[in-house]
Design a protein around this ligand. Sequence first.
Ligand code: ZN
Ligand code: MN
Length: 131
Amino acid sequence: MKKNLFKFKMTPQRMAILNYLKDNKDHPAVEDIYKSIITQFPTISLATVYKNLEMLKNLGMLKELSIGQDKKHFDPNVSPHHHLICKECKKIVDIDVKFDLNIPEHSKKGFEIIGSHIEFYGICPECKKKS
Ligand code: ZN
Ligand code: MN
């Protein structure tokens, strides 16, 4: 991340995206981020917001979660952690428990493992109440 920083320009748009995501635990989708950013930058396009998110992700400032079919979600918490996902309302919640995910050497198929992420699916308490 550090070695790329000198090439990186912090534009007001990128600043606004980072501010929106800072301490945000909702894992907003690109469309949600766009809806907020356009209130400050009325001429910004969804593609530009997405490009900026990609850039911030490549710099290690954000994590992308591809959960569900086509919606990309962004997480400012870049430390390894797992998620609970509600099948009904699609809400994504952090799990703070660390799991020991070591797999046996022969199961790695020659891969050097650099990370892992577990998604637990279920019904959240709010949706459970409704049904
Ligand atoms: Zn739910
Ligand atoms: Mn998260």
